[in-house]
Design a protein around this ligand. Structure first.
Ligand code: AMP
Length: 555
């Protein structure tokens, strides 16, 4: 029997007592800040003292609008350790979402980065009724008409060190909102125990594995599910950490990898596509980099192969959601795959992988029956475990459709193979069902990105009179490429039956992204709702889409 609660205290204790000299590096607009876990600990206690002095009590929510910096990291520990709740807010959401989120969460104090995040708060100030103080995460305050603004560093310099209170493992420690591409964002709360459990899970070698010898660069925005919890796992492990500051571009990331000798990093695929392009053209030494965790949307196979072949970096494909505190599966070749050839191992590793320790899953068909694990049958993925939320905050109507007897209905459509490897086919709302048959947008996107002239590609469903939905491909070409729609269709036709081929190929400068860097398929669907109809109706000189002829092929 243990009388200890599962809280963040031992993580903070371990980093500051066992690894006091290990560095935390943070890139700012005017150069980098570099300090040790010892100084991190002192400033974090002082920040908690400052927040307490302005009236933040256990149970209160403090919102943050911040980039990936050391100040934001101090808030990551100070707020939960004083018994309050850290609410990270996406700094680039539309105004009406920000207003809704701050009000819904009843944030009392906001920690805000200078620049765009502060401008957002200023612009919306008259609508943020519940907020009484704004702390700018800088050494001074910007010019402003607001009279309740103070500077983070000044508060920290003047405050007394705070003594952490006893915490209960079930008290709320964190809060995030789903990105809300459809409808209003939905909030989820993370307790002390949930953050503890998830950070531990991430740190195990069965998930990501974080060690004291790692140098971890946090590319996932700190407002996106706590940067996938890696800041917590890194402190627990005593790893050196690198925070790349506001909107880092590929050059910044490449230079930081070289200068700080980064070994481990994580982020959505689009970041790594641009880094690969940068490395193609610049001579940067990224040989320290051992692993990149790619998730948030499907990792394109071409990107995985290129990192492995050209840069000797292992790409670990991960799946997760805000509701699973980010990482919930990681793709690793099982021990029994050691003797397999490279391609067979790759086939497994390219999937979303094995569910992380502590979780359970099942696949459920539309009629409610369980789907077999044969790598072919599709169903909705249900998951449960101590790192999976049990409800949405304040949204009883959303709870009814999303949870089922302790299981989270993820809304992701997937297969599971005989070895237990999960592979996502589509997000339920992105699924393409043509004449009642599934077409996987993820598979088509992956294939498109194998083409040398394709930079990025998103495939969406558009309404169709006859087949109800047909695929349309939105393709970003590499610079200098004169790839045509026919080339694209011919390329896909080498692998897929005709009825899988997009009805239209639209070339785009850049595929629009959501606030967390994923393809914004809702925007694409709105924009190209009519794109498929032309060809289907023969307006482009083609005949019908050949679905009938190909039924035989599909069967
Ligand atoms: P969010 O809560 O905004 O992080 O979005 C979670 C959703 O992103 C999941 O339900 C999936 O639809 C998608 N997602 C996350 N990781 C992956 C992945 N590796 N492959 C495909 N989709 C993913």
């Amino acid at each position: 029997m243990s009388s200890s609660e599962l809280t963040l205290r031992p993580f903070f204790w371990r980093a500051t007592n066992l690894f006091p000299e290990t560095e935390v590096v943070s890139r700012g607009p005017d150069g980098s800040t570099r300090y040790t876990y010892r100084e991190f600990g002192d400033r974090t206690r002082a920040l908690a003292g400052a927040l307490s002095a302005i009236g933040i009590d256990p149970g209160d929510r403090v919102g943050t609008f911040g980039w990936n910096t050391h100040r934001h990291y101090e808030a990551y520990f100070a707020i939960p350790l004083m018994g309050a709740q850290l609410h990270t807010i996406n700094a680039v959401l539309p105004d009406e979402h920000v207003e809704f989120i701050v009000d819904d969460a009843s944030d009392e104090v906001l920690l805000v980065d200078p620049g765009e995040p502060f401008e957002t708060v200023e612009r919306l100030w008259d609508r943020l009724d519940g907020v009484r103080e704004v702390i700018v995460m800088d050494d001074s305050i910007p010019d402003t008409d607001l009279d309740c603004v103070s500077a983070f560093d000044e508060l920290v310099a003047d405050a007394d060190a705070f003594d952490w209170p006893e915490l209960s493992e079930d008290q709320p420690a964190g809060m995030c909102y789903t990105s809300g591409t459809t409808g209003r964002p939905k909030g989820v709360e993370y307790t002390q125990k949930m953050i503890y459990s998830h950070a531990m899970m991430v740190a195990t070698p069965s998930a990501i594995g974080v060690d004291e010898s790692d140098v971890v660069m946090h590319v996932v925005p700190m407002y996106h599910v706590n940067s996938w919890e890696l800041p917590f796992s890194s402190a627990m492990a005593g790893a050196k950490q690198v925070y790349p500051g506001p909107s880092p571009d590929a050059e910044t990331l490449a230079r930081l990898i070289e200068e700080e000798e980064v070994t481990l990093t994580a982020g959505v695929p689009t970041v790594w596509i641009t880094l690969l392009e940068y490395l193609d053209e610049h001579d940067v030494d990224v040989s320290s980099l051992e692993r990149i965790v790619v998730g948030g949307s499907a990792a394109p196979h071409a990107v995985v192969r290129r990192f492995e072949d050209e840069h000797d970096v292992v790409v670990e494909h991960a799946w997760g959601m805000t509701e699973t505190m980010s990482i919930g599966s990681v793709s690793r070749a099982k021990g029994r795959a050691r003797g397999w050839d490279r391609e067979a191992r790759f086939e497994k590793r390219a999937k979303q992988g094995l569910l992380s320790p502590g979780m359970e899953m099942k696949l459920v068909a539309e009629d409610g029956t369980e789907v077999p694990w044969d790598g072919e049958s599709v169903g909705e993925l249900y998951v449960r475990g101590p790192t999976v939320v049990g409800e949405y905050y304040n949204r009883p109507e959303a709870n009814a459709g999303s949870f089922d007897e302790g299981w989270l209905k993820t809304g992701d459509i997937a297969t599971v193979d005989e070895d237990g490897y999960l592979e996502l086919v589509d997000r339920a709302k992105d699924v393409i069902k043509s004449g009642g048959e599934w077409i996987s947008s993820i598979e088509l996107e992956n294939e498109l990105m194998e083409h040398d002239d394709v930079r990025e590609a998103a495939v969406i469903a558009v309404p169709h009179d006859r087949w109800r939905e047909r695929p349309v491909a939105c393709v970003g070409r590499r610079s200098g490429s004169d790839l045509t729609a026919d080339d694209v269709l011919e390329f896909l036709g080498e692998t897929y039956p005709r009825w899988w081929l997009p009805d239209s190929v639209v070339f785009v400068e850049e595929v629009p992204k959501t606030a967390t860097g994923k393809f914004d398929k809702k925007r694409l669907r709105d924009r190209y709702a009519d794109a498929g109809l032309a060809r289907a109706h023969g307006d482009e000189g083609g005949d019908d889409d050949g679905r009938e002829d190909d039924d035989a092929e599909a069967n």
